[in-house]
Ligand binder design. Sequence first.
Ligand code: UD1
Length: 417
Amino acid sequence: MGKYFITGQKKIDGSINLIGSKNSALPILAATLLNSGENIIHNCPDISDTHTAMQILKYLGCKVKYQNHTAIINSASLNKFIMPKNLVKKMRSSIIFMGSLLSRLKKIKINYPGGCSLGNRPIDLHLNSLKKLGVKIFDDQKNIICEAKNLKPNTIRLKFPSVGATQNIILASIFIKGETKIINPAREPEIIDLQNFLKKMGANINGAGTNQIIITGVKKLNNTEHTIIPDRIVAGTFLLAAIITHGQIQIKKIIPHHLPLINFLQLGSEINLSKNTIILKAPKKINPIKKLITKPYPGFPTDLQAQFVSVLSLAHGKSFVQEKIFDARNKHIHELIKTGAKIKILKDNSSFIINGVKKIYASNLISKDLRGGAALILAGLAAQGQTIIHDQNFISRGYENISRDLNNLGAQINFFN
Ligand code: UD1
């Protein structure tokens, strides 16, 4: 259990280079299995989730090197189809290995990724879509065994644009002869990045970012080199750190239109954009937001909900935030209330009424998930006194070294592991 000690009310002021996207790196690392050769992935973030993905690749028999944010994966020696239980338990998104292992070895055995603190997270969309491609699925309550002997192309209409299910369908269909269509796929920038990576390998895939993706099977793929897109959620977290401390920040190596800029403007910030840089100046008074509802991309991202709630706790007025992607993404609320934030959780457990207060105060807080933990750090930056955050290594799943980065920007944080 790590502990962050944050002396609050220090202004964030400075410039930072953004890291590569976690949610883009994870499916691309899984996709390196597809070509039985070597791929070089640049800008791969140095976070525990990407290390878990690389450990999985090693366990499955691949050769993996990682240095200076570049991962070199050689999957020619892949020789296992049984996923390592302990690593799958660590990271739910291990299920995206299903698609690439089915393409490469025609089978996979994986334990259920298990419950997660964001609530009920079924994988029915993944499994039903794979079945439509001809995958045979056996399930003994603990493990899922999939076999892909006779795959066939199909049109798969997703009733919800699941990010992971979209990725699994893409990865599973890359060699299937004929045309596979995904109607209503996820449209996140990370899906486009996966498509770009696969195209460089020689895949025939089009439509990522729109409401239909078409994959026409190819016989084989070649080796390639790719640079992961910047992490829009880490960027959003740092922008909010500047806002909550009434500071100013420049973020470099960013793709500004990947962020929900409108919502940062609603808080009253001043934003200046150039091609790969954003400069944000915090408002003197943070504006409340009347209605902020999480939605699939290009809507407001669920992965920034908790961090926005921290900032809105100090807005001048009343805000309403609703979580519509996950059914229990509310654990940070109980912690924020300990700081003096006035937040009410409505009966649905997913709608929050936030009455902005003038000040919040240091407290002993427990981080219960990755983005919820980041939200508590933001609260600590603004609180009067020394906040302690107990964190079971959730935050390092998605942020490289958040205390170092914020300290470089003027914060006062000590981290002990
Ligand atoms: C990905 C992101 C995560 C982000 C989420 C939503 C990665 C590694 N993770 O997660 O950071 O918060 O997208 O933007 O990219 N669902 C089902 N059945 C399924 C699959 C999903 O009901 O088979 C539900 C989930 O329970 C959830 C919703 O659909 O309520 C969204 O899930 P999904 O888009 O699949 O998210 P992930 O891919 O798990």
